[in-house]
Design a protein around this ligand. Sequence first.
Ligand code: 57M
Length: 357
Amino acid sequence: MLYYFLYPLAKYHTIFNVFQYISFRTIYAAITALVLSFVMGPYLIEKLKVLKFGEVVRTDGPQSHMSKAGTPTMGGAIILLVVVISVLLWGNLSNMYVWLLTFVTVGMGAIGFIDDYSKVVRKKKGGMRPRTKFLAQVAVALAVVLVLYYSKFNTVVTIPFFKDAKFDLYWFYIPFAVLVIVGASNAVNLTDGLDGLAIGPMTIAAATYMLFAYLVGHAKIASYLHVMYVPKAGELTVFAGAMVGASLGFLWFNTYPAQVFMGDVGSLSLGGALGTLAIITKNEALLLIVGGIFVVEALSVIFQVGSFKLTGKRVFAMAPIHHHYELKGWPEPKIIVRFWIIAIILALLAISTLKIR
Ligand code: 57M
């Protein structure tokens, strides 16, 4: 919004020129989101407590988690609010991609909210029916992917590290992109089981796609780096910047020992946003590296359930994999920080694909 009101003033004073620059607006979108989180966080956490939106901890998990019962949850609503306000302030709202990304973020958040609400407030065991939840996620993702597809979005997928490995998926891009968005949304949800475990790698992944959005949206840089140029995708840098600020702001309160959990309202929306960023920046396959922590967490569940069903034996002491390390006796902060370190290494590896191919 500020872009509309303040950039036209450049004809009176050159200082207002800065509002046209994506880099400037991204930095301030991140700072706005961070400051808003700090300011609104304590108030909203208090509100969640008053509303008795407290976590119901499962009794069959690691026993150390029982002390976390009653921690305010659904804090993801703070993240959503802060991202949306920051994007409305600093984004160019005539950009279709900004609206599509906002739609997925808010849409997945709404599904998560309904699920949390039924678990936490209405005390419905297990929350929303998994089938209903999954179909709702598919509907949100499909709506966005169809808009992209019918606006002649590039359906070619590139493979990281291989310059000439390009595949045009044609109409098959539709289910593929839906899978990326829904998969990312659920993988982040599975990861969100220790204090700061999901939001740390999320901050790192959003920062990585913030960089990619800027590069692929800039014709000259894209051509210099030989990456696919995606006209108008540069504006998503501002959105990703807001995600980085909001995630860091949430980490402030969610770091061990957590004062608040994000709930599905946070994990489903952030995961969906990350998947959509990967799609629109045309770095879909790179998400396997950027979001490597989320991928490994999801795979651990797939292997555990698959192995248990087929052979009756477990691969891990407990899935998702962070529970495995907890049961092996690693202190919670050690698991969390080690996962963050791996997320940073993966982000650097992903950035290196710009040169190594
Ligand atoms: C949600 N939710 C956390 C919090 C957070 C298929 C199966 C693997 C599914 C999986 C599952 O349900 N995962 C999705 C995970 C929960 O956190 C809440 O949920 C929100 C995210 N959706 O924001 O509101 C608990 O996680 C802990 N937590 C923290 N700090 C945080 O910042 O400590 C969360 C955020 C919280 C808190 O204790 O209550 C969760 O883990 O439930 N199911 C599982 O993960 C279960 N695994 C399982 O059943 N494994 C079996 C299967 C795969 C065969 C096995 O390995 O044998 C375990 N989860 C728990 N207990 N809690 C089992 C035991």
